[in-house]
Design a protein around this ligand. Structure first.
Ligand SMILES: Cc1cc2nc3c(=O)[nH]c(=O)nc-3n(C[C@H](O)[C@H](O)[C@H](O)COP(=O)(O)OP(=O)(O)OC[C@H]3O[C@@H](n4cnc5c(N)ncnc54)[C@H](O)[C@@H]3O)c2cc1C
Length: 117
């Protein structure tokens, strides 16, 4: 008999769990209380413009790629992204500025130089 699973919430965590369970041959039902899927990741349109909510920087896109790959779908056909050298610029009232590099080694070096000198 096919095992059954229910997932409460269709945010990225719920959707990822549901997909992984389905891949393991569970019959999955996802319950969502709001009118849209995606949880904090969603958007709205107004006067012809689309406004995105939720993550402004994606630190582990390979985990999303992995969900498509589980079902033999090329992630690039559904989810486009570009790796930036600098992922975020931070500014503080005291004049401190920090440009966060995507590269882990550079991040550690520059964070140490900025915050521990
Ligand atoms: C403005 C903003 C910027 C962000 N920036 C980043 C970023 O740069 N990088 C990053 O990694 N993250 C960022 N985040 C955080 C990221 O968006 C969230 O961590 C992630 O989307 C949370 O996913 P989740 O599935 O855990 O929860 P949620 O997205 O909150 O999903 C939970 C879902 O469960 C539903 N639900 C709850 N209770 C019930 C119930 N009883 N019955 C049915 N449904 C229920 C809710 O309606 C919702 O759809 C940001 C978030 C916001 C809002």
């Amino acid at each position: 008999m096919q095992p059954k699973a229910i997932v409460v919430g269709s945010g990225i965590a719920g959707l990822a769990s549901a997909l992984r369970l389905a891949k393991k041959n569970f019959e999955v039902q996802v319950f969502e209380s709001s009118p849209h899927a995606g949880g904090k990741i969603h958007s709205f349109s107004n006067t012809g413009f689309r406004f995105d909510f939720g993550p402004s920087l994606f630190t582990m896109p390979h985990l999303v790629d992995e969900l498509f790959e589980l079902f033999d779908i090329d992630p690039k056909s559904k989810f486009e992204y570009v790796k930036k050298d600098v992922i975020c610029n931070y500014f503080w009232d005291d004049g401190t500025r920090f440009s966060a590099p995507a590269d882990e080694e550079k991040f550690i070096e520059q964070a140490a130089a900025t915050f521990f000198n």
